[in-house]
Design a protein around this ligand. Structure first.
Ligand code: TXA
Ligand code: MG
Length: 343
């Protein structure tokens, strides 16, 4: 199939909306990562997303809205805590899981009785939704690879596999939305992102953090979020996370003699290491790290590295999202060194 390349002009967004309303699929920019969108109420269209991505059918999709009133037909219940979160963080990088209504096709919810809803702040995404329908959209990458944060990344993975792609430049946040479920007894964070645990707790009080945010699922354990089961965000290069203090990190790195090996590191590390490096921003600038991470992982492949050793991020604020993506990109291949993080 030929993929139609579209700009973010209203005319072009309208073309994408028409494609979607005729049951097609189109990639759209959002403030987090690019999404691959279909009409969320058209099960056959939604199936095309799974095919284009090579995504397992038991992994449910997020439904994107562009106006709060669109949520009511989609959910069975809209509890007070959801209203508070929506008021504070929408539009923005937060996904809320709620009990689903009967109009959600089984392809979207993957047979769960809940649905994930997000109201993105990106103007192009909002216009596309307003001109079409609530949109089911996972990240617009091939299943398993790093999420696309630029138009070029989308083309790399999806050219020829989808009907259209809208060029919206680079995504601001760079990691996917925070996912919280309010369908559980205690509000539970399933995926960290641009909205932090601290921000969520200020709004609605104590929340639980799913152990899968920082740990692999135990053998036979049921995933609270099916996406937790699968390999994720992985470049072709092997990723290894080094968890320990700065000195131990530099000692370990500077002993490596393997060819085709690079280091994913902070700008402050550069002067201390003798291997090729791919920087992901300053040590304490978690927003910058989130913004650069997926581009850096893709760069490792473009530069032909076979292995990438990553300096462990701090597990705080948006840093928790960066940590969560790197441990998955590394397939939980973590080497513990002396000291903790930067100390
Ligand atoms: O920022 C984002 O959220 C991006 C942009 C495009 O909006 N979308 C995104 O979608 O990251 P995706 O499909 O790549 O990740 C959605 C995650 C998956 O891990 C999925 O398993 C989980 O959310 N999820 C979706 N619906 C769920 C539900 N009803 N219950 C539990 N987890 C759910
Ligand atoms: Mg994804």
């Amino acid at each position: 199939m030929k993929t139609l390349i579209l700009s973010s002009d209203d005319e072009d967004i309208k073309k994408a909306a028409e494609i979607i309303m005729h049951g097609g699929i189109a990639a759209m920019p959002t403030e987090t990562v690019y999404g691959l969108a279909a009409d969320a109420l058209n099960g056959n269209a939604v199936r095309k997303i799974f095919k284009a991505k090579g995504r397992p059918m038991d992994n449910p999709l997020i439904v994107h809205i562009s106006d709060i009133s669109q949520i009511y037909p989609l959910v069975r219940d809209f509890p007070e805590k959801a209203a508070i979160l929506a008021e504070k963080f929408w539009p923005g990088p937060l996904t809320i899981i709620l009990p689903k209504s009967d109009i959600i096709p089984v392809e979207v919810s993957a047979e769960l009785n809940t649905v994930a809803i997000r109201f993105p702040s990106h103007k192009t995404a909002q216009k596309l939704i307003s001109m079409s329908s609530p949109l089911a959209a996972p990240s617009a990458n091939l299943s398993g690879s790093p999420s696309p944060t630029s138009f070029r990344h989308v083309l790399e993975d999806m050219n020829g596999r989808i009907d259209a792609v809208i060029d919206g430049g680079d995504c601001e946040v760079g990691v996917e939305s925070t996912v919280i479920t309010l369908a559980a007894e205690i509000p539970t964070l399933l995926r960290p992102g641009g909205i932090t645990v601290e921000q969520l707790e200020t709004a609605i009080g104590k929340i639980q953090i799913s152990s899968a945010v920082t740990n692999p699922l135990a053998e036979g354990e049921k995933a609270e979020s099916p996406g937790m089961k699968y390999r994720h965000y992985s470049p072709k290069a092997k990723v290894i996370l080094l968890d320990g203090g700065n000195d131990a990190f530099y000692r370990y790195i500077n002993k490596i003699t393997d060819k085709d090996t690079a280091v994913l590191c902070y700008s402050e590390d550069i002067e201390h290491i003798n291997l090729p490096y791919i920087p992901i921003g300053k040590r304490y600038d978690y927003d910058e790290q989130a913004h650069l991470l997926f581009t850096a992982l893709r760069k490792a492949d473009e530069m032909g590295f076979a292995a990438v050793y990553a300096h462990c991020p701090e597990k705080k604020g948006v840093g928790l999202a960066v940590y969560n993506r790197i441990i998955r990109a590394a397939g939980f291949n973590i080497i513990r060194l002396e000291g903790t993080e930067n100390k």
